[in-house]
Design a protein around this ligand. Sequence first.
Ligand SMILES: Nc1ncnc2c1ncn2[C@@H]1O[C@H](COP(=O)(O)OP(=O)(O)O)[C@@H](O)[C@H]1O
Ligand SMILES: [Mg+2]
Length: 261
Amino acid sequence: MGDTATAITTLPLVRAVRYVQALREGGSLPGLIETDDLGTYVVKFRGAGQGTAALVAEIVVGELGRRLGIRVPDLILVDLDEAIGRREPDPDIQQLLLASVGVNLGMDFLPRAVGYDGRGRRPPPVDAAAILWLDALTVNVDRSWRNPNLLLWHGDVWAIDHGASLIFHHGWPSVTAFAGRDYPTGEHVLAPFADHVAEVHERLAPLVTREALAEVMGAVPEEWLPEAPETDGPEAVRSRYADYLLSRLEQAPRWLPGRAA
Ligand SMILES: Nc1ncnc2c1ncn2[C@@H]1O[C@H](COP(=O)(O)OP(=O)(O)O)[C@@H](O)[C@H]1O
Ligand SMILES: [Mg+2]
């Protein structure tokens, strides 16, 4: 695994064996990759334009959601060899793969999943409201009618694509600027479930403890953490994420969608 071994976290690490295809829908050009554990993962590449902060957000929000009982595909780290990039005929994809040699983020591929766009059979309100609550807590701007980032798989709704949440880590404004920010739900695909958010908040807020957040942050590779002012070393940056989320929780119900607010 060469110089990538230092990126190991509490997430499992597997090796890519084959690049299968691009998932062209999204902007970050994620790809389907087969790995040496006989798995198939949707991989978000370190070398994509969004940068590693987006991967950090994927891990933090995904792992937090999982602890709250929200369905999120299993996350894994995928070590990518240079040879896979060199074999790739498409020049854009080759460039992306070569810029991403080393550790990248994989999500368990849900075969034949279909997108949820708010039409058709609705998910159970508590499941939907839990996702809406997590989005409001983490200020996720990527769950609109146009771009729902929800998959229906075996009758359940699964949440994907959390890279655009936790906007605070792109600039670390003052804690209060983030913590009190409201969460407009006009465009949110799960806005019809907002009336269930108060009940979900009562149940989920107590689960977001400093201990739970420390576990979540332990899944993030040190090398991917953004710089944060007045922090000394990766553990301090990890704590900064926990501080932000805990201070936002304290500001509820200001940011809660629906009648709860
Ligand atoms: N775990 C998954 N299983 C099946 N399909 C997925 C999975 N993750 C993503 N996809 C498909 O790939 C598309 C792009 O992935 P997404 O995470 O939304 O990336 P982007 O940041 O590019 O929008 C999704 O809209 C979905 O169709
Ligand atoms: Mg997406």
